[in-house]
Design a protein around this ligand. Structure first.
Ligand code: ATP
Ligand code: MG
Length: 569
């Protein structure tokens, strides 16, 4: 392609409303433009990169046995009512009615749609496994669309769904997808890590998130410094801190005026924060009160709390009235003396504490010498806290490190959650009806593009990994108004194209400085400049964007050299 035929409007200034570097650079490099809140137009350069990422995904999905298909974006409510998610999905789902008053949504994902399709089509175990995928727009009315393609409302997703006859088969499909994701993100030139993930509202069994390590990421992940354990902060498992070797003393109620926060309590009593127990009171959307207790210096992991509450999807802070109704006292809470039948969850570390301090369910009073294993009755004990830097790895015990990342893909072992709810069954070897055992596997195409830029940029612009660059090579005649130079550059461009290299000729009649700046901003991996030296001496100047290295090659051999260079990138 020639730049005179390419719409690539670069900007010199950083757009004010773009907070992170990938968003800024995509706008500045003329790759995309905002159309509305959380929605973007892809311009030709940006679309080339999207198409390249899609092609890598497609090749790896096909190699893993996937079959590409396409489903409608608009989905009838009935499918979602069958699975129970019409009510559960909440405000993120974009809902609408057609002219007959029937309810629809713009697909935020396609589990329901594909389960309904396969239910009506596939009858026998002989037709399994079946791995179907599409690459298509999804719509989610995100609470806070931001960071450009990173969290948009309309975005391109590759979603594959696997159907197997048993759990063993599902695990095989899962492993195939896991390996394919590994290949995809490696081919995209990303530094990433598969991370054990919580399965969230989608439900089912185990799951991994593929996370690109980058400071701009919204995911917080715990990585072991010794073994390869890595988990999202929501998921990271934590063992209880062992019980200290201490004699249990007698429970004592003490006056602690004005100490309704942990900090004020620690100061007033002069005890270490590790000796205190903190309470957080929640209510579910079914208005059930849940009291959660963790050590004073720990934080509650609400996802782990939700897993203890069958059917609940959301937690809100409890009203004081609800706390008082069960005998609790806000700011001075303890499981001791709470009305029977109240749901009380206690973190396993708390249960091992000895002679600790907790509230006394009375304003301005605390208990000293609380020994949970002796004093707490009718409580559920489990891992409820949020991981933090330095916590021990659940696999090997070495300290864990917290890092930030961008979730670019996720693999889920769903089991029979959707097939059972929607009556999607097949006949097994014995002629018995069984629900399909499913998995689902998503990749955010635009988010992958943004993540690649977050990891590959410098003060001049984007530094594309070769595999997903909009063009691999740019040929720049230094003075395109010079007929001879332009003709020479066209010759080189033609030869590269002939050799199967994805090349752009920057034939714009601009100053060389302007064109070089654009080359760096857009981030073509290799730049070839054609100037007087080429014409006079037959030498071709080649610059590598990533390293800044410059090479002078002879006209006779440059093609091989460029090929070798590209292979090394
Ligand atoms: P997140 O936790 O970031 O909201 P998710 O877990 O809801 O994402 P999935 O349902 O697993 O996302 O979707 C599969 C992939 O789609 C994600 O891994 C991500 O790459 C991409 N994705 C999800 N939401 C968005 C969005 N709002 N904008 C861009 N890409 C998205
Ligand atoms: Mg996810």
């Amino acid at each position: 392609m020639k730049a005179t035929n390419l719409y690539a409007p670069t900007l010199r200034q950083t757009p004010a409303d773009a907070e992170i570097v990938s968003h800024q650079l995509m706008l500045r490099a003329g790759m995309m433009r905002k159309s509305a809140n959380g929605m973007y137009n892809f311009l030709p350069l940006g679309w080339r990169t999207i198409r390249k990422i899609e092609q890598i995904i497609r090749e790896e999905m096909d190699a893993a046995g996937g079959q590409e298909m396409c489903m409608p974006i608009l989905q009838p409510a009935e499918y979602w009512q069958e699975s129970g998610r019409w009510a559960a999905y909440g405000a993120e789902m974009m809902r609408m009615q057609d002219r007959h008053g029937h309810d629809y949504c713009l697909g935020p994902t396609h589990e329901e749609m594909i389960t309904a399709l396969v239910r009506d089509e596939v009858r026998s175990y002989k037709q399994l496994p079946l791995l179907l995928y599409q690459i298509q727009d999804k719509f989610r009315d995100e609470r806070r669309p931001r960071f450009g393609l990173m969290r948009s409302r309309e975005f391109i997703m590759k979603d594959l769904y696997s159907f197997d006859k048993d759990v063993e088969g599902m695990n095989l499909s899962y492993q195939k997808m896991y390996d394919a994701y590994d290949a995809i993100f490696t081919r995209c030139g990303l530094e990433f890590r598969p991370v054990e993930a919580d399965n969230g509202a989608i439900g089912g069994g185990h799951s991994h998130e593929f996370t690109v390590l980058a400071d701009a990421g919204e995911s917080s992940i715990a990585c072991c410094t010794k073994c390869d354990y890595a988990a999202s902060d929501e998921k990271a498992e934590l063992a209880a801190v062992a019980a200290p070797d201490e004699e249990m003393l007698e429970l004592e109620k003490v006056a602690t005026p004005g100490t309704n926060t942990i900090d004020s309590l620690v100061e007033f009593l002069g005890v270490p924060i590790e000796k205190t127990i903190k309470a957080v009171a929640y209510e579910t959307e079914q208005d059930e009160l849940v009291l959660v207790f963790v050590r004073g210096d720990h934080d509650v992991n609400e996802i782990k709390v939700l897993h203890q509450l069958e059917g609940a999807l959301e937690l809100r802070m409890a009203e004081e009235e609800a706390i008082r109704a069960v005998g609790g006292c806000p700011g001075f809470m303890s499981p001791i003396g709470i009305k029977e039948g109240t749901r009380i969850l206690v973190d396993s570390t708390v249960m091992n504490m000895k002679n600790a301090v907790s509230g006394a369910n009375e304003v301005d009073f605390h208990y000293k010498n609380v020994n949970p294993s002796r004093d707490f009755k009718d409580v559920v004990v489990t891992d409820l806290r949020l991981v933090r830097e330095g916590d021990p790895c659940p696999r090997c015990g070495a300290p864990m490190k917290m890092t930030r990342g961008i979730e670019v893909g996720q693999v889920f072992a769903l089991g029979t959650k959707y097939s059972a709810a929607m009556g999607a069954t097949f006949l097994d070897e014995q002629g018995k009806e069984k629900p399909f055992v499913m998995g689902c596997y998503g990749i955010g195409v635009g988010r992958t593009m943004a993540a690649a830029i977050e990891q590959n940029n410098d003060e001049h612009g984007i530094v594309w990994p070769r595999s997903i660059a909009p063009f691999e090579v740019v040929v720049v005649p230094i003075n395109a108004k010079n007929e001879e130079q332009l003709r020479y550059a066209e010759g080189v461009y033609g030869e590269l194209k002939q050799a199967g290299i994805d090349v752009l000729l920057d034939d714009r009649p601009e100053r060389a400085g302007v064109k070089f700046k654009d080359c760096d901003l857009i981030g073509y991996p290799v730049r070839i400049a054609i100037g007087p030296k080429a014409l006079e001496e037959g030498t071709i100047e080649v610059k590598v964007r990533k390293s800044g290295e410059m090479f002078l090659y002879k006209r006779e051999t440059y093609l091989d050299e460029v090929r070798k260079l590209l292979e090394s990138l």
